[in-house]
Design a protein around this ligand. Structure first.
Ligand code: CUA
Length: 303
């Protein structure tokens, strides 16, 4: 949050510094007053002085200061909610990952991915935040303030990145055992690069290349992985877990829990329950290790 990379985060930071400075001044006054009363003039003060101190320091000053902070933050909040957006992305909190859907002008889903959000630099985007299980909180400190995802509600967060780069996001509301392992990343790209990314993510999955990947593809379908996961262009059309169509294009797996490489993929399949306690995906350690390796080979080819 101290390295704001977007309009909203800059505004929040702009409110944070005066608040911090004000808090420091009040702290110094209170500590200074205590020191004065204990060391410099420890004798009794007049009742008139005491009443005045309570009236000014305990009633008038806090009322004025808190009212000022309330006005400043309410104005900032209104400011953050009203900017028009260029396009909308729906982000749904799941236990414990993020479903990311890019919408067209009519609100139809044009592409689904997970745990990574790409944004074009300089565009205002509206994030439509939902959840299907418990309360989560969407927070990318470098880009905007946090906003809860509440069951039965649609909350809207506007943000406008102003600097390219990769920014970490984190669930900021305790949502179960693996709350701390519910992270994501936002990649802010130049608009041209973003368009290429989006075009690619909209395509179907590449066909398996090489013998292990082909056999892994058959195992993936044979074991019924497609009941929960989608790989566009194949019979796997499940909607429970993350869409895996372009899994290999993501930097990490398990919502930023593990590196996205062959070993981690095989480990994830074998022991999801250990890597991420409480996760909905069952562990498949009962399958032959060779099959898990083959499925990992297939998944790492999903560029
Ligand atoms: Cu989701 Cu904490």
């Amino acid at each position: 949050m101290f390295e704001a990379a977007g309009v909203e985060a800059s505004k929040v930071l702009g409110l944070f510094w005066p608040l911090l400075a004000g808090a420091a001044v009040i702290w110094l006054l209170v500590v200074g007053g205590t020191f004065y009363a204990m060391r410099i003039r420890p004798e009794r003060h007049s009742e008139r002085f005491g009443r005045r101190l309570i009236l000014i320091g305990g009633v008038i000053a806090p009322t004025l200061i808190l009212a000022g902070i309330a006005v400043a933050s309410l104005r900032l909040m209104a400011d953050l909610r009203t900017a028009p957006a260029d396009f909308t992305i729906r982000v749904t909190g799941e236990q414990f990952w993020w479903r990311v859907q890019y919408l067209d002008g009519q609100g139809r889903v044009t592409m689904e991915t997970a745990n990574e959000i790409a944004l074009p630099n300089g565009s205002a985007v509206e994030l439509e935040l939902r959840t299907r299980d418990v309360i989560h909180s969407f927070w990318v400190p470098a880009l905007a303030g946090k906003l809860d995802m509440v069951p039965g509600m649609v909350n809207r967060l506007l943000l406008e990145p102003r600097r390219t780069g990769t920014y970490r996001g984190q669930c900021a509301e305790f949502c179960g055992e693996s709350h701390a392992l519910m992270a994501f990343r936002v990649r802010v790209m130049e608009p041209a690069e973003y368009r290429i990314w989006l075009e690619h993510q909209r395509t179907d999955a590449p066909p398996p290349a090489g013998e292990p990947a082909r056999r892994g593809h058959d195992r993936f379908l044979g074991y019924g992985c497609g009941a929960c996961h989608s790989v566009r262009g194949t019979p796997a059309t499940g909607g429970v877990g993350p869409d895996l169509t372009h899994l290999a294009s993501r930097a990490r797996i398990g919502a930023e829990t593990l590196r996205n490489d062959h070993r981690s993929l095989a480990r994830w399949l074998e022991s999801t329950d250990v890597v991420k306690p409480g996760v909905r995906m069952p562990a498949f350690g009962m399958l032959p290790a060779e099959d898990l390796e083959l499925i990992a080979s297939y998944l790492e080819g999903l560029e």
